[in-house]
Design a protein around this ligand. Structure first.
Ligand SMILES: NC(=O)c1ccc[n+]([C@@H]2O[C@H](COP(=O)([O-])OP(=O)(O)OC[C@H]3O[C@@H](n4cnc5c(N)ncnc54)[C@H](O)[C@@H]3O)[C@@H](O)[C@H]2O)c1
Length: 209
């Protein structure tokens, strides 16, 4: 069995910046290759880093071979609010990048892939109390559509090719180390940054929300 070596795609984001450090603790800094389309920021400069666009399929395959990667955490995506500004691009980035990662996992025999889904895969007619795993899925945003389709692609690659791919449907997650990336819970982070910088914040939520 090859030694665990992780490529984390989207390390510069809210989840990625925390997860990279969490994985450093478990697997050792040298065994976690952080990556993002942006330059390394803050603490990520301390560990191995590759600036890379996940839409470059060849580069993805190259990096996996170069670093002898055995697992990928694929976090790069266009989020809900940003996705609504450019639905076609959200579909392309979120779907194609996932397919590149799944193809790489199959072709290069990776041990594991992790790709987060979201409660955005649910919709207005999904039961709101004790929501079952298998239930009505009628997402209303292109982001939610990509998460639902992505879940099905992951399932397909597992059943058809035996790729070990795992996912969780996250609710709104926030962190303070990076600026919000365009999700529905961005306001919660934005409030703190604006409070410090501008001493005020106007929220789009209704007063009684
Ligand atoms: N934050 C949440 O509340 C939440 C909830 C559910 C699911 N998720 C999922 O978790 C993942 C990470 O979310 P996040 O909140 O950290 O998002 P984020 O926007 O903060 O981070 C995404 C990162 O991906 C990078 N990226 C974008 N395009 C890229 C490209 N072409 N190549 C390489 N990197 C690229 C961005 O630069 C950014 O650093 C996403 O898949 C998201 O759908 C997040």
């Amino acid at each position: 069995m090859k030694k665990t070596k992780i490529l984390l795609i989207g390390s510069g984001g809210q989840l990625g910046s925390e997860l990279t450090q969490g994985l450093w603790k478990i697997y050792g800094q040298q065994n976690v290759i952080a990556s993002d389309i942006k330059d390394a920021q803050g603490i990520l400069k301390e560990g191995p880093y590759e600036k890379f666009d996940v839409m470059q399929r060849d580069r993805l395959f190259e990096l996996i071979k170069k670093h002898e990667i055995t697992q990928i955490y694929h976090l790069a995506a266009l989020l809900s609010a940003t996705g609504e500004k450019d639905p076609r691009w959200a579909w392309k980035l979120n779907m194609e990048s996932l397919l590149f990662v799944l193809e790489a996992a199959y072709e290069l025999k990776l041990h594991k892939v992790y790709w987060p889904s979201s409660i955005a895969a649910f919709g207005p007619t999904t039961p709101k109390q004790n929501t079952p795993q298998h239930t009505i899925m009628d997402p209303t945003t292109v982001y939610g559509i990509t998460k639902l389709a992505g879940e099905l692609w992951c399932e397909y690659y597992f059943r058809r090719y035996g790729v070990d791919v795992r996912s969780l449907r996250y609710p709104g997650l926030i962190g303070y180390k990076t600026l919000p990336g365009g999700g529905t819970t961005d306001y919660a982070v934005d409030i703190y940054f604006k409070a410090l910088k501008e001493k005020k914040y106007e929220c789009f939520l209704a007063a009684d929300t």
